[in-house]
Design a protein. Sequence first.
Length: 158
Amino acid sequence: MKPIFTVAAAVFLLAACGPEQGPKQTIGTIVGGVGGAVLGNQVGGGRGRKVAIAAGTLLGAMVGSRLGRQLDEADRIVAEQTTQGALERAHTGERSEWVNPDSGNSGWVVPTRTWQQNTGAPCREFQTGIVVDGQEQTGFGTACRQPDGRWQIVQPAA
């Protein structure tokens, strides 16, 4: 799992270096890169796995960057509201969807596992997807409920 987080850290650094990238494109680059690293980790073993992780990260970052560039502020807001609602109210395995009729972009969130931290705060792993121009980009994450009731993403799911 260590190579994934090393590559993911590199994606975060690369995304931060692009001054011409807006926040949507940066987020898309990060989500795509991390998702690609996770998928690459599923392939092969030994040195082949490292190559698959690197290739998955780069390909995911490129696709995610393109998709992120095309999301607008209304997409981001409705996606965030849907994610917060799904993490708060949806049962494990229940899909919550969003659509922006103005842009035609859409997405979904599915909580996949729930547990409590030592502090008693609930945490949930989830899968999410964004569809732009018919192309879907998926990712995974972990979020925990904060004292103010808001769910905050704390790390990519392992």
